[in-house]
Design a protein around this ligand. Structure first.
Ligand code: GDP
Ligand code: MG
Length: 596
């Protein structure tokens, strides 16, 4: 155990975690240069394309230090985006130390702070690392000062590197073995293995990532999940090398995986403790905070034939992503689907993309919503995140909506633009101070509903990429909430209904009408599009009727061209939903649902 080091790299998004992980993997020669692919730990296509880490990944690196001692370094790469901080805190629970990476040109950002606090809560030894010192705009001295003075970390521990060129990376490995303590635990005590992640493998069942806190586990053991007492026989235990590598045993202090043919989500809940059935531990380890879904949306397959496939896909995704929740939902316009809960808008987008790419299902998502508390006149309280369940307005006493406390770090010249943005979004109780010269730390209470759409993107654009953002749920406050309906030829399209603050509702209705007008193709009759709040029409537009037969221009032309045109129309039809007598293309739903 003395030669094991379990550590994580934490940082603000884009400060270079994945790149540094790549360099370390190469230095420890886990992959030949020929097989090397950038961002090795970012397995999902979406991660590589967007250049962000979504899921934590673990890798076990053998390392021989300069004084000739052999070590096993377990590196956990963590995501940096606000939506995924629950992944970070889970990953940290498997570690004794963390590298806090700070971009030498950008300095400390909101997520640097947020992640540092998470590491401190987990009592980790922290080694500050200044990355990207190769950049011409790098200011390592200035950043070192921030780290010492603003973060209060030990300046003597600071390492400098360029993850891009590899400069300084070996010194970081030396610092890890020197400053991060080895894990503690008792090999001979009853087994306590902490589940910190789970990934589904179609052939082997769930790959359960564990840190062994106490005891030993090996293939053939019967294990028990302490949350629900279900038992399984262990088929294999192993380490995360670049590929999975089976080993004989996993013992106290080690981080690895466990295969036991588990195919049930509830049996792989991160935070649960695994023990041995015939020599159980008396108590479970302290688990993780329950994740909180804050954004809800319904997902429907474009083609009703895909409903079964969607069900299976969601179940599989949930095995990899315990933060995704879903239940059956139906819509008159879109048929059978699922109401899903997400950690934030990026999480929603990621799930949507994975369903479309990995499972090849075309989808329609309804307008994302937060969860509102409706207090009814009969004094009951109803939680509503779905416009379909908007209570009878006569019965409503009052409605409350969730507020967040946002922490935003920006260069001071963008202060005016930021104030404007926060006021537009119904911000309240703004406060700021200067944690360092030229930089403002701004706090503000905002309705969650106002930030789930595009707040992060807006912030990035008004600050030219220099603003950073973190938030926590704060409280519930009174809201003036209405249900906005969209009608096509007099019929409500339920999938387009949304919950909106009265101040925004009309503008959203107008925008929806315009979007639909652009996207719904002209048909043989006139189509009226309207937006209504509580039965009162607040916006309307018309799509005029189509006069000519589309095949008319082919008369006299060759028959194959005509057939092609008809086929094209048929293919187009498949991506349409019929509401009343109007064909609405998928694109139109998407256009309405997009925020800008
Ligand atoms: P992550 O979001 O923290 O995982 O960051 P990435 O590792 O994906 O890096 C973000 C961007 O910074 C990528 O374009 C990297 O190529 C770049 N980058 C990372 N480290 C360095 C460095 O040391 N020097 C320079 N110039 N660029 C770097
Ligand atoms: Mg990354």
């Amino acid at each position: 155990m003395q030669n094991i080091r379990n550590f994580s790299i934490i940082a603000h998004i884009d400060h270079g975690k994945s790149t540094l992980a790549d360099r370390m993997i190469q230095l420890c020669q886990q992959v030949s240069d020929r097989d090397f692919q950038d961002q090795l730990l970012d397995n999902m296509d979406i991660e590589r394309e967007r250049g962000i880490t979504i899921k934590s990944q673990t890798i076990c690196l053998p390392y021989t230090s300069k004084d000739g001692k052999k070590y096993i370094l377990n590196l956990v790469d963590t995501p940096g985006h606000v939506d995924f901080s629950y992944e970070v805190s889970r990953a940290l629970s498997s570690c004794e130390g963390a590298l806090l990476l700070v971009d030498a040109a950008q300095g400390v950002e909101a997520q640097t702070l947020a992640n540092l606090y998470l590491a401190m809560e987990n009592n980790l030894e922290i080694i500050p690392v200044i990355n990207k010192i190769d950049l011409p705009s790098a200011d390592p001295e200035g950043v070192a000062l921030q780290i010492e003075e603003d973060l209060g970390l030990d300046g003597a521990l600071i390492q400098q590197c360029s993850a891009k060129t590899g400069l300084g990376v070996e010194n970081i490995l030396e610092a890890i073995v020197k400053y991060i303590p080895p894990p503690v635990g008792d090999k001979n005590a009853p087994l306590q293995a902490l589940i910190f992640d789970a990934n589904y493998d179609p052939f082997r069942g769930t790959i359960i990532s564990v840190k062994i806190i106490n005891g030993t586990v090996k293939a053939g053991n019967t294990i028990k999940f302490m949350s629900n007492n279900s038992e399984y026989r262990v088929e294999e235990v192993g380490l995360f090398r670049v590929k999975r590598k089976a080993v004989k045993t996993l013992s106290a202090g080690e981080v690895g995986y466990l295969l036991a043919g588990v195919k049930t989500v509830s049996d792989t809940r991160p935070g649960d403790t695994i023990t041995l059935a015939d020599n159980p531990s008396a108590e479970a380890l302290e688990g993780f905070k329950e994740v909180q879904q804050v954004v809800f949306s319904s997902i429907y397959p474009i083609s009703t034939d895909d409903y079964e496939a969607l069900t299976t896909a969601l179940e599989k995704l949930q095995l990899n992503d315990a933060a995704l929740i879903f239940e059956k939902d139906t819509s008159a316009a879109l048929g059978f689907g699922f109401r899903c809960g997400f950690l934030g808008l990026l999480h929603l987008e990621v799930i949507q993309e994975r369903l479309e790419r990995e499972f090849d299902i075309s989808l329609i998502l309804t307008v994302p919503s937060v969860k509102y508390n409706f207090y009814l006149k009969d004094t009951t309280m109803l939680e509503v995140d779905n416009p379909a369940y908007f209570p009878d307005p006569m019965q409503i006493d009052r409605v409350e909506e969730p507020y967040i406390k946002a922490t935003i770090l920006i260069p001071d010249k963008y202060m005016g633009a930021l104030m404007t943005l926060c006021m537009e979004r119904r911000g309240d109780n703004t406060n700021y101070h200067y944690p360092m010269p030229g930089r403002i730390e701004f706090t503000c209470e905002l309705p969650l509903a106002e930030v789930i759409y595009d707040f992060y993107d807006k912030l990035k654009s008004i600050t030219q990429g220099y603003g950073s953002f973190d938030y926590e749920l704060y409280d519930y406050r009174k809201s003036d909430l209405v249900k906005l309906d969209i009608l096509v030829n007099g019929e409500i399209v339920d999938a387009l209904s949304q919950l909106a603050h009265r101040d925004n509702a009309r503008a959203r209705g107008l925008r929806a009408c315009e979007r639909l007008k652009e996207e719904i193709p002209r048909q043989m009759f006139k189509i009226a599009i309207q937006a209504a709040i509580g039965g009162t029409i607040v916006a309307r537009t018309n799509i005029s009727a189509l006069r000519k037969d589309v095949t008319a221009k082919c008369y006299g032309g060759d028959i194959s061209r005509k057939r092609k045109l008809l086929e094209k129309q048929k293919a187009g039809k498949k991506r349409m939903k019929t509401v009343g007598n109007v064909d609405i293309p998928q694109k139109a739903f998407l256009a309405v649902l997009k925020s800008e």
